[in-house]
Write a protein that binds this ligand. Structure first.
Ligand SMILES: Nc1ncnc2c1ncn2[C@@H]1O[C@H](COP(=O)(O)OP(=O)(O)OP(=O)(O)O)[C@@H](O)[C@H]1O
Ligand SMILES: [Mg+2]
Length: 272
């Protein structure tokens, strides 16, 4: 099978291949995020030194890197919250660094971003927290006047419909994370960026969050970029992994491939 890439970074089949005997579809998947040669320094601190990444449609891609390696910096560059020094970033066919504020807002409406920590607004109820992105991205929702059904659907997805009128301080850490996930889902994003979705949670709650991420991916066929330290999370959720070491995509592969590696820098991630 041959694939070629067009100028949009999309991968297309270059020849027609009938269904194989194993009934494989040979479906070429679209690239929804493409990062090329990303560089970002803060003074003498060279955080990203030529990082590359491709996320395909419907894929769960895990990025692992140790604390301070630049994972959050990478994700902030991706959504235009931070300006890279150089490099090319394309999200759903749009080159992020060329967009004006209006175009960037429109793109962000299609990207769900679960920040590191839950980052709920403490002075707003759960319901108001969920309504916030709807107000911010009115154009995406059209003429929705009654927000309640959407809020309820998003909360039901994370099993927390009963918390609609509570304040964040009345929720546990795991519940806050689930509400934040519901808020991420409310605009039905095509791509979800998760920055440490399980950090600070006990193993059982972490497992619940991972299960939620999986069920959401199945239900909405979202493409997910998941940043995590959590080896168990990576094992369960990743189709493919990228290890960020020394500012570059140091190693890539499936969990099984990478966890069997004898490269000391790769092995270090999988040692308990
Ligand atoms: N706004 C900023 N100004 C200066 N330095 C920054 C800024 N943001 C990040 N850094 C530096 O960039 C490096 C990478 O930070 P980043 O937050 O991306 O790490 P990380 O891989 O997400 O770590 P963690 O796993 O702890 O979340 C760190 O050395 C950090 O101090
Ligand atoms: Mg981080």
């Amino acid at each position: 099978m041959n694939y070629s890439m067009n100028e949009n970074g999309d991968i297309a089949e270059t020849q027609n291949v009938p269904f194989s005997e194993t009934n494989e579809t040979f479906e070429a998947r679209k690239v929804v995020i493409h990062i090329k040669n990303l560089q970002k320094s803060f003074g003498d601190n060279h955080v990203l030194n030529g990082f590359n990444l491709k996320l395909q449609e419907g894929e769960n891609l895990v990025v692992m890197g140790k604390s301070g390696s630049g994972k959050s910096v990478m994700i902030k560059c991706l959504v235009g919250l931070m300006q890279p020094d150089s490099g090319y970033i394309e999200v759903m066919g749009k080159e992020v660094n060329t967009l004006d504020q209006t175009q960037l807002d429109a793109l962000r409406a299609d990207i769900g971003f679960l920040f590191q920590g839950s980052a709920l607004y403490d002075s707003m109820t759960v319901r108001e927290n969920l309504e916030f992105p709807m107000r911010r991205h009115k154009e995406k929702l059209g003429d929705v006047t009654d927000t309640e059904p959407l809020v309820l659907e998003a909360l039901e997805n994370v099993g927390l419909a009963h918390t609609m009128n509570l304040m964040p301080e009345e929720l546990s850490g795991g519940m806050k994370r689930r509400v934040a996930l519901a808020r991420t889902l409310i605009l039905k994003p095509k791509v979800i960026l998760y920055d440490e979705p399980t950090s600070g949670l006990d193993p059982i709650t972490a497992k619940e969050i991972i299960e939620l991420m999986r069920s959401i991916q199945k239900k909405y066929n979202t493409s997910s970029l998941i940043i995590t330290h959590d080896v168990d999370c990576a094992r369960v959720i990743s189709e493919r992994m990228v290890l960020l070491v020394d500012g570059i995509n140091y190693a890539e592969g499936t969990f099984a491939e990478l966890s069997a590696s004898t490269d000391p820098k790769v092995e270090a991630f999988f040692k308990k």
